[in-house]
Write a protein that binds this ligand. Sequence first.
Ligand SMILES: C[S@@+](CC[C@H](N)C(=O)[O-])C[C@H]1O[C@@H](n2cnc3c(N)ncnc32)[C@H](O)[C@@H]1O
Length: 315
Amino acid sequence: MISQRHIPVLLNEVVDALALRDGGRYLDGTFGAGGYTTAMLDRAQCQVIAIDRDPDAIAAGRALAERYAPRLRLIEGRFGDMADLLSGEEVDGVTLDLGVSSMQFDQAERGFSFRNSGPLDMRMEKNGPSAADLVNKTEEAELADIFWRYGEERKSRRVAHAIVERRREKHIETTGELAEIVRRAVGPSARDESDPATRAFQALRIAVNDELGELERGLAAAESVLAPGGRLAVVSFHSLEDRAVKEFVRARSGRTPSPSRHAPPRGEERAATLRDLSRKPVVPSEEEVSANPRSRSARLRVAEKLATEPKGGRA
Ligand SMILES: C[S@@+](CC[C@H](N)C(=O)[O-])C[C@H]1O[C@@H](n2cnc3c(N)ncnc32)[C@H](O)[C@@H]1O
């Protein structure tokens, strides 16, 4: 199966949001096909440190690293670990473009898609428990919880039950098989046109890669590695991610809703560390959505690190 080149989403908006400058150092936490990284390196005489947890993405980026040497450094790892990976270096901007790339999605053997059936894998890192492990071994109630929480699937119990019934007969091995089980369990829905397998696959992918846990760690780490004035630009693709980013920026910019009269008094207030630069998320234009339908659910949120950090800024 030939994989399509990944088309970067909200590219100009992200690069503008980072307010790049010559001599600056920036972190691209989701290198992917290097679309953002390349645009950043072309926009300013800056350095980019690019991280990806997928060894294939890093291997494919070697040529780019050579082309932009010594301004581009590639690191295989998780953005949740960016503070350790940077070993104390500060950066002037961090960007995260969440989810999977077209290369990952379109390669049937990576198991992210049910349109091209492949092994039930979904591991961005290519190690650890796979989607097949989860689907074939997880207890029914826990499976239902995954579909409910990460896929917002209203018929989560029915889906989990159908999976457990099927796996009693045979090990569930392919994405096509799983999609069929889910479709039969959920049944046709007049209200919602989307394929129910989409929600189930989103849920499993989030669980296999601990995507929401990584996002939480990544946001906190980004806040700690940003130099004062540095920008954080995050592109998310579904409501769970967007909510996490919105709430993080809100909390860190001192805009947490005031506690109710009935709530116990709050402990120590946290001083604001970020300025929220996009109370409304930036969304793709109609032109972008028609040229690249995968951009349709993208949301960009931007924040700026304040200069009040106790550590103090870079000299
Ligand atoms: C949507 S793609 C990024 C595309 C990139 N912006 C471009 O323009 O080519 C997301 C990439 O992030 C990587 N990724 C997802 N979660 C990650 C994490 N927690 N740490 C590091 N990389 C991650 C995936 O492996 C994938 O390659």
